[in-house]
Design a protein around this ligand. Structure first.
Ligand SMILES: [Zn+2]
Ligand SMILES: [Zn+2]
Length: 432
């Protein structure tokens, strides 16, 4: 490319930038235009969880349908149609992190730091990039491939993708023809392409050091907590009398006032007694082992839910900390926002922390169970309530593999609905 040609391209790009208003020009490897969600008119995401970054995998997809798009207009329409389709599957947003059009534009899906829904067991560990079109026989245009590579480099630079990432096609993870034979052939020649099998428990050293620190911290907190009880420290154990309601829980309970909750923007009541309990983990914030940290976690979840998600309040009805205390969220009789399409018939309890690879401390598990028992005793929960993990009613990794295994041993655990397809079979849902 001659100098004048490069200059013309740059001027053109600037003009496109000015004309369209918002897309950003990135120049990591080859420059590409990034169209934000706003640019392509995305509907707000209704249920997303943060992604633990940097991720060790990049997964490449094709769409098959919609077909290849050759203009910004076509690609924006393709993004919208995918988002509509994925929302109809109850995914809460378009599944991919980014998509790329044949014109070389990059389109923001879930972005770099949200968990995607694109590759089943690997969602937690990967960024999913989708090359719009059917690339089984036909090869994607050069612009599309260049933008894909540049996009990956952007991800490395901003810390979303590990510099030692492995590149894979969707078909290497799941039984699918995606991303198409022609495209798979091409990426198999790219740097970082790997034929190695995906290892679900692949951990980085940082994670292990973190776990160790957490274990030491937990040990320390347990010791100091015992000490606190011994000297009669009352703080966490005092019962509050909010709203003239005297609660007599036999476990530490922290009211909204005690964790300095913001006032809910609006409330809808929940019809009691409630037939379901949905167990969640927070993933982030991480586990909290003392009152001040847990209160801070509550405030940060509430801020995130209210300010970023636009919800009326913290989504959960209750949360439980690794300090063994229950934290009041929306409470027993207020409709929550924690399990789309299931909020009407359930209480959502979040065990603060990431319980994918380790079990919450016994005190946290015991308090969660005691809280549920109290709900039955107080008449908020049906005596024959059913207990499920969030993943049973939605395509999500929540409440983490290890916690999910644990709750399967609890009383009232219900092995159904095993998938969203089973939901119409749920008696309680039919009536609503
Ligand atoms: Zn795919
Ligand atoms: Zn959840």
């Amino acid at each position: 490319m001659s100098l004048s040609c490069a200059f013309t391209t740059l001027v053109l790009a600037i003009h496109v930038y000015l004309a369209i208003g918002c897309p950003q020009l990135y120049g990591v490897q080859a420059p590409y235009l990034l169209y934000s969600r706003e640019n392509w008119g995305a509907a707000p995401a209704s249920d997303i969880h943060p992604l633990k970054t940097p991720v060790p995998y990049v997964i490449i997809h094709h769409t098959y349908l919609p077909a290849a798009c050759n203009s910004t207009q076509q690609c924006k329409a393709a993004m919208k149609s995918m988002q509509n389709y994925h929302n109809s599957l109850d995914w809460g947003d378009i599944g991919y992190h980014f998509c790329v059009g044949s014109e070389g534009g990059a389109y923001e899906g879930r972005g770099w730091h949200n968990l995607g829904i694109h590759a089943g067991p690997v969602n937690n560990y990967s960024i999913g990039i989708c090359l719009i079109g059917d690339w089984r026989v036909e090869q994607p245009p050069r612009e599309m491939l260049e933008t894909t590579k540049s996009l990956i480099n952007t991800g490395i630079l901003n810390g979303a993708i590990s510099p030692t990432y492995e590149l894979k096609g969707h078909s290497q993870i799941m039984a699918t023809e995606c991303p198409g034979t022609a495209l798979l052939d091409i990426i198999s020649k790219w740097d970082h392409y790997s034929e190695e099998q995906f290892v679900i428990n692949k951990k980085d050293n940082v994670g292990e050091v973190w776990n160790l620190v957490m274990m030491v911290l937990l040990k320390f907190m347990m010791c100091t907590n015992i000490l606190a009880v011994a000297v009669g420290a009352p703080a966490l154990f005092r019962k509050d009398t909010d709203d003239n309601e005297v609660l007599t829980y036999d476990f530490p309970f922290v009211t909204r006032a005690q964790w300095s909750a913001r006032t809910a923007k609006q409330k809808l009541s929940l019809q009691t007694p409630i037939p379901y309990v949905v167990i969640h983990h927070s993933y982030t914030p991480p586990a909290c082992y003392d009152g001040p940290t847990c209160k801070k976690a509550m405030r940060s979840m509430q801020n995130f839910h209210m300010d970023d998600r636009g919800w009326w309040d913290i989504g959960y009805n209750f949360a439980v900390g690794a300090d063994g205390a229950a934290y009041e969220g929306r409470g027993w009789d207020v409709l929550g926002a924690h399990a789309l399409h299931f909020n009407n018939v359930s209480i959502g309890i979040c065990l603060v922390g990431d319980w994918s690879n380790s079990l919450p401390p016994t005190s946290q598990l015991k308090t969660a169970q005691a809280l549920i028992a109290a709900g039955v005793e107080l008449g908020y929960l049906k005596e024959d309530y059913k207990l499920v993990g969030h993943r049973q009613v939605r395509d999500t990794e929540c409440p983490g593999d290890v916690l999910f295994n644990e709750i399967q041993t609890w009383d009232h655990y219900a092995p159904f609905p095993a998938s969203a397809d089973d939901l119409p079979e749920v008696e309680e849902l039919k009536k609503i």
